[in-house]
Ligand binder design. Structure first.
Ligand SMILES: *Cc1c(COP(=O)(O)O)cnc(C)c1O
Ligand code: SF4
Length: 433
C-alpha cells in the first residue's frame, strides 16, 4: 500500500522538491494559496510533476497556486498583509473580499437545488431532466485541488457548500421523479469517501429497487490524483467488489473521470487502476476543460483521446473553463477552443469521436460551440445546446455574433440584429419536485 501524504499551505515547505523553488516562489504560493484553495499529495509530487522544468510543468500549475492567478492589486494586498505580520483575522477579512469578487457561485448553481416535500435539498442539484447530481457529505473534498476548480468555494467558503448524507431523501426524490435515469455522485471528489460510505448509499439505492434508475455515475479526479484508491488502498478491493455487485443488480456504474492531460495516463498506477475498473464492468468516460498553461493544444487533446481509447476509456466532454476563480489565467477564447477541438478531432479515428464540445456549462445549459461561419456577410458563432435547463432546447442550433475575444456566454450577443437568444424569451421553469 502506498501511504497518502497530503500537502497544503501549512506543510508544503516540507515537500523535498521545494528545493527547486526560490524563497520568493514559495512566498508567491503562500500568497495565492491564502485566497484560493491549495492541496496536493505525494503521488502528484513524485509521479506527475517533472521538477527539472517545474515552472512550465502542467501538473505543477494544476496544483500549485501561481502568482498570476490573482490580479496584481489583490496579490499586492495579500502579500503586504502577510509580510507585515498582522493578525490572522485581518488577513481573513481581506481574503474574503477578494474571494467574493471571484464569482464564487458560477452558473447559478443555487437555482438547481430542488425544493421537495417543502424543503430545500441542499445536497442535490437537478438541472437536466434525466440526471440528478448528488453531493454525498463525505465526498466534498479531493485528493488534491485543481487551481482551475469551479467548486473552489466549497473548500474555501463554507457557506456555498452543497452536501447531504441522507440516502432516504435521495431515494424518495428519485421515486417521485421517474424521469430521472442517472444519479451522478459528485463533489469535491466522491472517490475520497471510504468504501463503507459508498456501500451505504449504493445498498440503499439497490434495495429501494427504483425502476427508473439505470446509471450511477461517479464524477472523479482520483484516477489522475490518487489511482491507488482503486488498487492498493485498504478498501480498494471492497470498492471493486461493490461495483461488481451493483452491476449484477442491473445498475450500470460509470466513472466520469477528469483527465486534463495525457501525462496523467502514463503511470503504472493509473494503468493498473483503469484495468481493474474495466475488468469489474465499470465504464470510464473522460472529461476536462480546455486550459491555457495546461492543455491548450490540439496535439495534446488528440494524444489524450487516442491513449484513452486504447486503455478502454470513452472520451466524453471538452469544456470551456468556467467564469470563476482564476478564470482569466486559464481562459482560452471560444474561437480558439473550437479551433483546437476541431484540429484534434481531425487527427483521430471515429472511435475517439465520442467526445462532445467545446461546451460551456452556463445557466441555461451546456452550450456547444459548433463552429464559426458566415451567413450573408455576417460572421457568426454557431451554437447548440448539448443539455438544456429546458429539454426542448437541446439540439437546436442558434447563432451569436462572432467575437474573437469572447471567453464565455456573457461575452456573446445574438446574431442578425436579434435582441435576445431564443431561450431568453422563454421563462425558466423551476425544477419540478
Ligand atoms: C453536466 C451536468 C450534468 C450531466 O450532463 P450529461 O450531459 O448527461 O453528462 C448533470 N447536471 C449538471 C448540473 C451538469 O452540469
Ligand atoms: S478534482 Fe474536481 S472538485 Fe476537486 S479540485 Fe479538481 S476540479 Fe475541483
Amino acid at each position: 500500500m502506498v501511504e497518502y501524504k497530503s500537502f497544503s499551505l501549512h506543510n508544503f515547505r516540507e515537500i523535498p522538491q521545494m528545493d527547486y523553488l526560490s524563497e520568493e516562489q514559495k512566498f508567491d504560493i503562500e500568497v495565492v494559496g491564502t485566497v484560493l484553495p491549495f492541496k496536493t499529495n505525494n503521488y502528484v509530487v513524485d509521479e506527475l510533476i517533472e521538477w527539472d522544468n517545474f515552472e512550465k510543468d502542467p501538473f505543477f500549475i494544476l496544483n500549485f497556486p501561481q502568482k498570476e492567478m490573482l490580479d496584481k492589486a489583490d496579490f499586492g494586498t495579500v502579500a503586504s498583509l502577510l509580510k507585515s505580520g498582522v493578525s490572522k483575522k485581518e488577513v481573513q477579512e481581506a481574503v474574503r473580499k477578494i474571494r467574493l469578487k471571484l464569482n464564487p457561485n458560477p452558473a447559478g448553481q443555487e437555482s438547481n437545488v430542488p425544493v421537495f416535500e417543502g424543503k430545500k435539498l441542499n445536497g442535490i442539484q437537478h438541472k437536466y431532466r434525466e440526471t440528478m447530481l448528488f453531493f454525498p457529505t463525505q465526498g466534498q473534498t479531493c485528493h488534491a485541488y485543481c487551481t482551475f476548480c469551479f467548486r473552489w468555494p466549497q473548500f474555501a467558503l463554507n457557506e456555498f457548500k452543497f452536501a447531504m448524507k441522507e440516502a432516504d431523501t435521495l431515494i424518495r426524490y428519485l421515486k417521485a421523479n421517474p424521469q430521472i435515469t442517472d444519479v451522478l455522485f459528485t463533489g469535491g471528489d466522491p472517490a475520497v469517501m471510504k468504501t463503507r460510505f459508498f456501500e451505504t448509499y449504493f445498498d440503499a439505492l439497490a434495495e429501494a429497487d427504483i425502476p427508473n434508475l439505470k446509471n450511477i455515475r461517479i464524477g472523479t479526479k482520483s484516477l489522475a490524483y490518487w489511482p491507488y484508491r482503486f488498487t492498493t488502498d485498504n478498501d480498494a478491493d471492497d470498492l471493486i467488489r461493490l461495483f461488481k455487485k451493483m452491476k449484477k443488480k442491473g445498475i450500470n456504474i460509470a466513472l466520469m473521470a477528469h483527465f486534463n492531460h495525457p501525462g496523467e495516463l502514463k503511470t503504472k498506477a493509473v494503468k493498473e487502476a483503469v484495468k481493474r475498473l474495466i475488468a469489474a464492468g465499470v465504464q470510464i468516460r473522460s472529461q476536462s476543460p480546455i486550459l491555457r498553461h495546461i492543455n491548450a493544444s490540439s496535439d495534446l487533446w488528440a494524444e489524450n483521446w487516442k491513449e484513452q481509447v486504447k486503455m478502454g476509456i470513452i472520451p466524453y466532454y471538452m469544456f470551456i473553463a468556467r467564469d470563476t476563480g482564476a478564470q482569466d489565467y486559464f481562459a482560452v477564447s471560444l474561437n480558439r477552443a473550437w479551433q483546437i477541438f476541431r484540429s484534434a478531432y481531425n487527427q483521430v479515428s471515429g472511435i475517439c469521436r465520442t467526445v462532445k464540445g467545446p461546451s460551456m456549462s452556463c445557466h441555461p445549459g451546456k452550450i456547444q460551440i459548433v463552429g464559426v461561419s458566415e451567413v450573408k456577410g455576417e460572421k457568426i458563432f454557431v451554437l447548440n445546446f448539448l443539455q438544456g435547463r429546458e429539454s426542448s432546447w437541446v439540439d437546436k442550433p442558434f447563432f451569436a455574433k462572432y467575437n474573437p475575444d469572447a471567453i464565455w456566454i456573457d461575452d456573446l450577443e445574438p446574431a442578425f440584429g436579434e435582441s435576445s437568444f431564443f431561450f431568453e424569451e422563454e421563462a425558466y421553469y423551476g425544477m419540478q419536485a
